[in-house]
Design a protein around this ligand. Structure first.
Ligand code: AN0
Ligand code: CP
Length: 311
């Protein structure tokens, strides 16, 4: 593995899940691998889980960790050939090469603008780091994907499934703010690689990128889609077609105890209680969101270990 910016960077997902579960049983077995190696984490946006679990994963491997909120650094320019006489102070060409001298792996969180679809889909920030950094780059959630989250989700479903081919449903849920499509995109790409019966449900107008959804079943009727589900994965996203817009805050899409049935409830967190999902779902034994968040460490640890082995 050279970089980790999409689930497809993993050559054998089944094997990766197996290895991550083994890491969880014995997290410090590879303490030597990261000795004298540094992980640099750069945050263009807020984070709780990604920041802490990735740092934990790195220290489990014996690495040193540095993190920076990019808002504390000089404002970066990403466009090539611009006359930098406005508000950007430093070009990514210098910044990425300089940071590469301080770190053996660079991890970046950079959300979409949700205003400029073409720019967001070009993954300008992530790809500029890939182009100009001289060390591996890891996505901590970019404009269009969150592959550390979806590897976590794959691990969690594998651990909790009670039959060989569980029914997994990704459902859109209401939210007062316009959110990225990244978590949903990576979840879809990952479920397409797993042996699961997978369905997506959302209101009309919330269709995701057809290049990602491909032939995955989409059902506009949430009740029908959720029937007999083993795993319900709730997530809000803003419209992809009407890019970045909130088309509906339809409360009837919130996950309730009634809708849950016998399913396990999953969410990447942070989650807005009683907007996305009711208290009595999140507080029930059927919710596995806390265990899911714990797996963030082992997903990150698997990825960092793999990158370190290939340095
Ligand atoms: C972000 C999102 O939806 O992409 C991060 C989720 C991990 N969520 C919020 O901004 C609330
Ligand atoms: N799920 C997730 O990525 O959480 P944070 O935004 O808190 O890192």
């Amino acid at each position: 593995m050279k970089h980790y910016t999409q689930i497809q960077d993993i050559t054998n997902l089944k094997q990766a899940i197996k290895e991550a579960i083994l890491l969880k049983l014995d997290p410090f077995k590879d303490q030597g691998i990261g000795k004298n190696k540094t992980l640099m984490m750069l945050f263009f946006n807020s984070s709780l889980r990604t920041r802490l679990s990735t740092e934990k994963a790195a220290t489990n491997l014996g690495m040193n960790v540095m993190s920076m909120n990019i808002s504390n650094a000089w404002k970066l320019e990403f466009e090539d050939g611009t006359v930098m006489d406005m508000d950007t102070t430093e070009h990514i060409k210098e910044a990425a090469q300089v940071i590469s001298q301080y770190a053996d792996i660079i991890a970046i969180r950079a959300f979409p603008t949700l205003e400029d679809k073409i720019k967001d889909e070009s993954e300008l920030i992530l790809n500029s780091f890939k182009t100009y950094a001289t060390v591996p780059v890891v996505s901590l959630e970019s404009a269009t994907g969150h592959p550390l989250q979806s590897l976590t989700d794959a691990i969690t479903i594998t651990e909790y499934k009670e039959n060989p081919k569980p029914k997994v449903v990704l459902t859109w849920a209401p939210h007062p703010k316009a959110l990225p499509q990244a978590v949903a995109n990576s979840f879809i790409e990952t479920m397409q690689l797993m042996d699961v019966d997978f369905t997506i449900t959302h209101p009309e107008g919330y269709e995701l990128n057809p290049k990602i959804v491909k032939h995955t079943q989409v059902n506009y009727n949430q009740d029908e889609a959720l029937k007999d589900a083993d795993f319900i994965y709730a997530k809000n996203w803003s419209s992809y077609q009407d890019y970045g817009q909130i088309l509906s805050e339809d409360e009837s899409w919130k996950i309730t105890k009634d809708k849950l049935g016998k399913a396990k409830f999953m969410h990447c967190l942070p989650v807005r209680r009683n907007v996305v999902v009711d208290d009595d779902v999140l507080d029930s034994d059927q919710s596995i969101v806390i265990q899911q968040a714990n797996n963030r460490t082992f997903a990150a640890q698997y990825i960092l270990k793999n990158l370190l082995e290939n340095l």
